[in-house]
Design a protein. Sequence first.
Length: 349
Amino acid sequence: MLATIIHGERDIRIEERPEPVVIDAGDAVVRVVAACVCGSDLWPYRGVRETHAPHPIGHEFIGVVDSVGEGVSTLSVGDFVISPFTSSDGTCSSCQHGMQSTCDHLAFFGGNDTNGQPLPGAQGEFVRVPYADGTLVVVPSPVDERLIPSFLALSDVMSTGHHAAVCAGVGPDTTVVVVGDGAVGLSGVLAARRLGATRIIAMSRHPQRQALAREFGATDIVEERGREAGKKIRELLGGVLADSVIEAVGTKESMEQAIASVRPGGRLGYVGVPAGGAQLPIQVLFDRNITVSGGMAPARAYIPELLEDVLSGAIDPGRVFDLELPLSEVAEAYAAMDERRAIKVLLRP
């Protein structure tokens, strides 16, 4: 099969790799219908995180079940499924508490499962999924092809944006600032609107992203940064800062901006993958009674409820995909996102 392999900084290749097969009783092999490039994939692509040896990459995909192990009880060959970006057994304490992203058997696609067996990356033609019953979510038939982008968005970015909004305490009548205008930040805007926020301020300097943010529910756009951004937010909110702030980037600068945007007693939800020295100033948080919550989203916990809204037409998170390419052009997909020519790229094997 064809699979995407990262060899080093800005070195993405499409290569032939063995097609995966069922190894353990709980496995499923999924034929990928659509995959995509994530903003977090850009960290190794840019060399921020070193690639020590060539390996498969990609963690977001949807597809059709091709085969299952004898221990799989909730899935059948031919089911159309959404995969979260990590595997989870569905039975451990973390999973039972809705925190599948800290599962005892957590594994990342493109790495190894907990038995040490390699897992294909999602940016390929087939993926082996361990603990398939606890990981995969079935989309009811018949599957509407027009919803493919939105189903794919649930695998990571929409679930992650929703997690940020939940952690930030977004609810009816809250005011929200979203730091980051990538796919996760834009999904955070959509999630904030879905949860009932009355004022949503998106921080962006990119006209195309600003436009989508407004369509997703942003009431205001702030282009300023640093202290000037704080002044602008106060101006928009009648002299105060936001009740809730979503941090969706993961850098030192984005975290500083997020903390500077939240009112005393407010909440900050962070989901940006940490890079570039991001840290929390405990004294500032203590002095201002700011609650900080977040981390790697338990996408498996959120996908079922978000899927209902996609199927009903209440939300359309797939609009974050503004470029679609064949898997064979995956190197261009990475370049387009790296150069901010695309918000998020959908790949078709």
